[in-house]
Design a protein around this ligand. Structure first.
Ligand code: MF3
Ligand code: CO
Ligand code: CO
Length: 257
């Protein structure tokens, strides 16, 4: 179900988004050789609680599974839903993707960023640039009356221009009162089903995930981690965006610079 938000809701959404963005900044500062994904997860969890909020992902139910962590931390070929395990120890060069959701006073915000640890390859740098550009191009098309597929095609166009492909099956989504609301926003045009139009008051998690190689994905036996089928690198950037009367209002923050 699509849930339209009022200007009162927007106040709550902005606060959740502020906390989620600050959590990503904390993650950025922590990323270094020898730090584990569990270390980052614990620090972000504690920060989120310190703000009178709670992690949206913790105990989140998807189908018959329950997610037991506060963040998703995905490395290199892991596209999304990587588990923040103690055994996942950072070591340069690595692409580290941190995804965090924050629930505060009835509102969820959802944001993710890709960080380069050490001297990553030129291809990895290009992939980061392409995916971030896809995020902002997709946001550019947002206005009342635009189609969901306009977002999908914007992401696909940028990916292809760089010689990359948006990952199949993984999508953006509505966000706000629930972590995942309608509409589903495919990253890959193959996943477009019934199209729909954006309406003022929608709040959307726009989250291109772009693979350097094949667009095909595999879910690991842990039941969560989604990886590229060919082992190629993947990048992920996600903003929570409000569909305003005149166009998009980006609620989460750019973590670079
Ligand atoms: N990464 C997902 C998103 O951005 C949410 C994670 S759900 C969890 O939409 F259950 F895996 F935590
Ligand atoms: Co997310
Ligand atoms: Co999301």
């Amino acid at each position: 179900m699509v849930i339209l938000k009022s200007s009162t809701d927007l106040v709550g959404l902005r606060e959740a988004a502020r906390i989620a963005s600050e959590a990503l900044r904390i993650a950025k500062r922590m990323i270094a050789d020898g730090v584990s994904a569990a270390d980052i997860d614990e620090v972000l969890r504690d920060y989120i609680y310190s703000q009178g909020a709670r992690p949206s992902f913790l105990n989140y139910e998807v189908e018959d599974k329950i997610y037991r962590y506060s963040t998703c931390i995905s490395i290199d070929n892991e596209i999304v839903h990587g588990l923040p395990l103690k055994s996942k120890v950072l070591k340069a060069p690595m692409l580290v993707k941190v995804d965090v959701g924050v629930y505060k006073d009835g509102y969820h915000a959802d944001t993710a960023w890709t960080f380069a640890l050490g001297d990553v390859s030129d291809e990895a740098r290009r992939l980061m640039r392409a995916t971030k550009e896809a995020l902002y191009r997709a946001i550019d098309v947002i206005r009342p009356g635009a189609r969901i597929s306009d977002i999908t095609y914007a992401i696909d166009e940028v990916a292809r221009r760089y010689g990359f492909r948006p990952a199949e099956t993984v999508t953006g989504h509505g966000v706000g009162l629930e972590l995942h609301e309608d509409p589903i926003i495919p990253n890959n045009p193959k996943d477009l089903d019934k199209d729909g139009r954006l309406r003022r008051g929608m709040t959307l998690a726009i989250e291109p995930m772009i693979n350097a190689g094949t667009e095909e994905v595999i879910t690991l036996p842990d039941g969560w981690t989604i990886v590229t089928a060919d082992g190629s690198l993947s990048a992920h950037y996600e903003h929570t965006v409000y569909v305003g009367k005149e166009g998009p209002e980006i609620l989460t923050e750019d973590i670079d610079g």
